[in-house]
Design a protein around this ligand. Structure first.
Ligand SMILES: Cc1ncc(COP(=O)(O)O)c(C=O)c1O
Length: 387
């Protein structure tokens, strides 16, 4: 049975062009890019060309790109690397409470080491409160970190403004761009960010590969977190040519499709929202749709438990929030941080669209979601009546 996939923030299908580009480097051209012989040179050329494609998507120079295993590792290399082992408060770092666990957990680890961790204020539309942000900065602020596009509600943070405020206080800005790549135009220089993480599997590339952009001027301020052969100063280990090639091709396609994908996602989102609001009474959008990407639609379906809905659908894949939080019984921390009540948060679902999907397929998927939501809501009403 074909599954209708509406969970494209958790991961995406590898694009056929990406898959085809990767294959030769698993078979015939399997050389180590650090080897001086003919196979090594072929692999090196492929890595260099993929680096150019990644740099082009980010508006960066190829020298500023470090390959990692994904956005989690990129966030770790950037954020841990900005602190020395002896650093303690008053040295501080600013974290955004609606960010992904791969940033928030680093904040907790730094806090346990004695760094002063400060939490940004987030408004009901999901945007960081800029006045509150400026107030939390001082001469001891080392780094502020924010996810450019929120993975649950799609809010696009004003990274250029956050970078300007950070720099005015002598603080660096790290940006988690895992959900931004392929969705918003990226210019690391334009937005003046210091470090930026991306991940291939969020943009139709393979799992297990990502990149970290490091502004050349701040490179010396980062300490490596692991040591080895020095393939990249900040991240050692044999370069996985096939994965790097996959990331490069995914970046090339993302850049080429950026504008068309935005338009298409906007149309698909309107279709999904129209169907859901017409059929299910009281449906509301979480966050502010005007401050977000059209690819992500987070909705309250009153009277329906989001987790029950997600688990009971056999031919539609969607989620209640970040895949990393889905094992937790707690309401989504992202939704509660923007003021959604625990009850509404538990009745919420996240639809993440692939702009390349068929509209008919989306309509069928939403119909199935509505059918199941109606039957689950009926069960709740019947149970309430029986009490
Ligand atoms: C905003 C954000 N940051 C980081 C990650 C982690 O990315 P990766 O799976 O590449 O480690 C995710 C994945 O969901 C994400 O949405």
């Amino acid at each position: 049975m074909k599954v209708i996939y509406l969970d494209n923030c958790a991961t995406t299908r590898v694009d056929d062009e990406v898959f085809d580009a990767m294959l030769p480097y698993l078979r015939d051209d399997f050389g180590n890019p650090s080897s001086p012989h003919v196979l090594g040179k072929r692999a090196r050329r492929a890595v260099d060309s993929a680096t150019d494609s990644v740099a082009a998507l980010l508006g960066a120079s190829p020298e500023s790109i470090v390959f990692t295993s994904g956005a989690t590792e990129s966030n770790n290399i950037a954020l841990l690397g900005m602190f020395g082992h002896a650093d303690r408060a008053p040295v501080n770092a600013l974290f955004c409470p609606t960010d992904h666990k791969s940033s928030l957990a680093i904040g907790r680890a730094l806090g346990n080491r004695g760094i002063d961790i400060r939490t940004m204020d987030v408004r009901p539309d999901g945007l960081v409160d800029l006045a509150g942000f400026a107030e939390r900065l001082d001469v001891h602020s080392r780094v502020a970190t924010v996810a450019w596009v929120n993975s649950e509600i799609g809010t696009i943070q004003p990274v250029a403004e956050l970078a300007a405020l950070s720099h005015a206080a002598g603080c660096l800005l790290h940006v988690d761009g895992a959900q931004a790549a392929g969705r918003v135009p990226i210019s690391v220089a334009g937005a003046a960010m210091d470090t930026l993480s991306i991940s291939a599997h969020k943009i139709h590339g393979p799992k297990g590969i990502g990149a970290l952009y490091v502004k050349p001027e701040i490179r010396r301020r980062l300490h490596p977190t692991t040591y080895g052969g020095g393939q990249y100063e900040l991240r050692s280990g044999t370069i996985p040519t096939h994965l790097v090639v996959g990331l490069g091709k995914a970046c090339e396609l993302a850049l080429r499709r950026l504008d068309a994908d935005w338009e298409r996602a906007t149309r698909l989102r309107a279709t999904a929202l129209e169907l859901l609001t017409a059929r299910l009474p009281g449906v509301r959008v979480n966050g502010c749709p005007h401050a977000g990407v059209p690819h992500i639609l987070n909705l309250v379906l009153p009277g329906v438990r989001g987790e029950s809905l997600v688990a009971s659908l056999h031919s539609v894949a969607l989620s209640t929030g970040s895949a990393c939080n889905s094992a937790s019984q707690e309401p989504s921390p992202v939704l509660t941080a923007i003021g959604v009540s625990p009850e509404d948060a538990n009745s919420s679902i996240r639809v993440c669209l692939d702009p390349g999907m068929d509209e008919e397929e989306l309509v069928r998927g939403i119909e199935l979601v509505c059918e199941r939501a109606e039957s689950l809501a009926d069960v709740v009403v019947a149970m309430q009546g029986a009490r």
